[in-house]
Design a protein around this ligand. Structure first.
Ligand SMILES: Cc1ncc(COP(=O)(O)O)c(C=O)c1O
Length: 388
């Protein structure tokens, strides 16, 4: 691998502010300039003849883009539809199953769930009389078997729908989704995977996982413009799966319903293949090795700086590394104070979360990052650790 072409050597491909140590690709991703230019070309093409574009070209162009992305996901093109973001993918599924839920049914997820998804599940529970169940998964964690054990123990005869993160948001853990899907399917439980971070981060064979639904973002780790994600639906669930916004396509089938949900800017979807092409040109395997190496490095130097041991085994880590800040507070205000101090005084952009009665700091590693950025963060935290 030629890592000399990554890090600072490649950073001019993005608009990122060179004065900021940007260790948060995880929240929104960062789109390369050339992909933004492709997006702008789509917008210009649309504006030249909006009626002709929507009437004659949009559907075909969207399907071609979906086919390209589906190949990368190891899925069939017509099982994949674009949605704005993973939140929308989750909401579409929850809305679709809501009429089929009965009071007392359980909607289950884990304590590592993304908060917006937690809220959406709670809303569906409130609307339908179903019960929202959150399984506690410990962090730090010794192995992915722990996730399977605690989830298995929490499933009941009333569990109707389960949602698991492929890569967890506050803690950056790869969850053993294949096993989790299997134990749900054995019990006839609908299962959805929230893969918001997965595309571009971990190898995906979406169809082979065997879930009922899978949603993931292209804008986080696949270099696509913002507002670009997908929903994959198993063929046998497509007839009950509808978009959040019902429009002309209603009754025309899964693809027709999702491909047109009212007038909007489709350029992010149509530019997803450009994001994928950018990744492929860098070489997917080289990117994986580089980013994962950085994440494991970050996990190690931060643990050392804080006098702890890595909070998760290497096989649960991809491009995110989370470190508990033990004794640094626990509230959202405490988290904001630390985040803001790191940014205002040191120009380090890194998220800090309030999680399970503690704070967790989570670094991200993307090809534009370098080891010394994690050293700088670690040295800063070590100084505070001693002083505070
Ligand atoms: C696990 C998980 N789910 C859902 C989301 C929401 O993503 P979006 O804001 O693109 O909908 C995120 C965002 O960080 C996430 O980490």
């Amino acid at each position: 691998m030629r890592t000399d072409r990554f890090g600072r050597a490649i950073r001019s491909e993005w608009l990122l502010d060179p004065k900021v140590v940007f260790l948060n690709n995880g929240s929104f991703g960062a789109t390369p300039i050339e992909v933004l230019e492709t997006q702008h070309q789509w917008q210009l093409r649309f504006e030249q003849e909006p009626v002709e574009f929507v009437g004659r070209h949009l559907h075909r162009e969207l399907r071609e883009a979906a086919q390209t992305m589906a190949r990368f996901l190891s899925a069939q093109g017509d099982d994949v539809v674009f949605v704005e973001n993973a939140t929308t993918g989750v909401n579409a599924v929850l809305r679709s199953i809501a009429p089929l839920l009965r009071p007392g049914d359980q909607l289950l997820t884990t304590s590592h769930v993304y908060n917006a998804v937690r809220r959406a599940m709670q809303h569906t529970a409130a609307l339908t009389g179903a019960e929202y169940v959150e399984v506690q998964v410990p962090f730090p964690i010794a192995s992915s078997d722990v996730v399977v054990e605690v989830v298995s123990a929490a499933l009941t005869g009333r569990t109707r729908f389960a949602l698991f993160d492929h890569v967890t948001s506050p803690t950056g853990l790869i969850f053993p989704v294949k096993q989790l899907i299997e134990i749900c399917r054995e019990r006839g439980i609908w299962v959805m995977i929230d893969g918001a971070h997965a595309p571009g981060m971990i190898p995906l064979n979406v169809a082979a996982l065997g879930a009922d639904w899978y949603t993931g973002n292209f804008h986080k780790w696949l270099f696509a413009p913002k507002g670009c994600a997908f929903l994959w639906t198993a063929p046998e669930r497509q007839s009950i799966t509808h978009p959040v916004v019902i429009s002309h396509g209603y009754g025309g089938g899964y693809v027709a319903e999702f491909d047109f949900t009212g007038t909007k800017d489709w350029s992010a979807y149509l530019s997803a293949p450009a994001g994928l092409a950018f990744l492929q040109r860098l070489n997917v395997e080289d990117v994986r090795r580089y980013n994962r190496g950085l994440a494991l490095y970050s996990q190690r130097v931060l643990a050392e700086a804080l006098g702890t041991v890595p909070a998760a085994p290497p096989d649960m880590i991809a491009y995110l590394a989370a470190v508990p800040l033990v004794g640094w507070g626990s509230s959202i205000d405490d988290a904001t104070t630390i985040h803001d101090r790191l940014f205002d005084e040191y120009r380090i952009e890194v998220p800090v979360f309030s999680f399970d009665d503690m704070l967790v700091l989570r670094t991200a590693s993307q090809v534009y990052n370098e080891q010394d950025e994690y050293d700088y963060l670690a040295e800063t935290l070590a100084q505070w650790n001693i002083a505070d």
